[in-house]
Design a protein around this ligand. Structure first.
Ligand SMILES: Cc1cc2nc3c(=O)[nH]c(=O)nc-3n(C[C@H](O)[C@H](O)[C@H](O)COP(=O)(O)O)c2cc1C
Length: 198
């Protein structure tokens, strides 16, 4: 399989919903700028939540589960650009997206000190990311911290997060498809991610 340079990961359980539509648009923008892309919809993968066995500290990879992440680790490593999108669920990201992010834990180089300094096997490689969330509400105290939940772990892993895209006032399935201005912004953001990677 040809490896993608930008990997788009969607965390909505709702098929053809707002996150799916926007993710497509970010990726179309990236492709228009000449970049190979790959789309991953987490609902199509079986991904166990991390159980904190810490075996990856020594093994350098997850030895506990042999699941969908085994397919995704090579894609993550290959793609210098990453787009993560999740609907806001209870002020936060969805459970599949949280499981995916927690399973990136093997990418850390751990130390034995407590609290432990750490570094990432993915850092200093020019990796860039873009994150977005879609939510129903307007007010910050109701839209919550989904963008931070997406961006902070990526920054800790060594990605430079170029854009944190909040799409609010969006409840109905597929509503974003009617918002041309928003779709254009997503398209341009995809193009800008490519520019930043070059
Ligand atoms: C379980 C659940 C929890 C939700 N929690 C929030 C929330 O905390 N804040 C908010 O603004 N919208 C919330 N929403 C609304 C969704 O974020 C919104 O409908 C979004 O457009 C769904 O995106 P999708 O079509 O990509 O699945 C929630 C929806 C569900 C199903």
């Amino acid at each position: 399989m040809k490896k993608a340079k930008i990997l788009g990961v969607g965390g909505s359980p709702r098929k053809n919903g707002n996150t799916d539509i926007l993710l497509d648009r970010f990726l179309t923008g990236a492709e228009s700028a000449g970049m190979d892309t790959k789309k991953v919809l987490l609902r199509n993968y079986s991904i166990e939540p991390c159980i904190g066995c810490e075996a990856c500290r020594n093994a350098g990879t997850c030895t506990r589960f042999h699941d969908g992440m085994e397919l995704l680790y090579p894609e993550i490593e290959e793609a210098k650009g990453l787009i993560l999108g999740s609907p806001t669920y209870n002020y936060n990201i969805t459970a599949p997206m949280k499981a995916f992010i927690d399973r990136l834990y093997p990418y850390y180089n751990f130390s034995h000190e407590r609290p432990g300094p750490y570094s990432s096997k993915l850092e200093e490689q020019g990796r860039k990311a873009l994150v977005f969330t879609v939510c129903e509400q307007f007010k910050t105290d109701e839209t919550g911290f989904a963008l931070e939940a997406l961006s902070m772990p990526l920054e800790a892993l060594g990605y430079s997060v170029l854009e944190k895209f909040l799409v609010n006032n969006c409840f109905e399935k597929g509503k974003v498809a009617k918002d041309e201005e928003l779709l254009n912004r997503a398209f341009e953001a995809g193009k800008n991610l490519v520019k930043a990677l070059r």
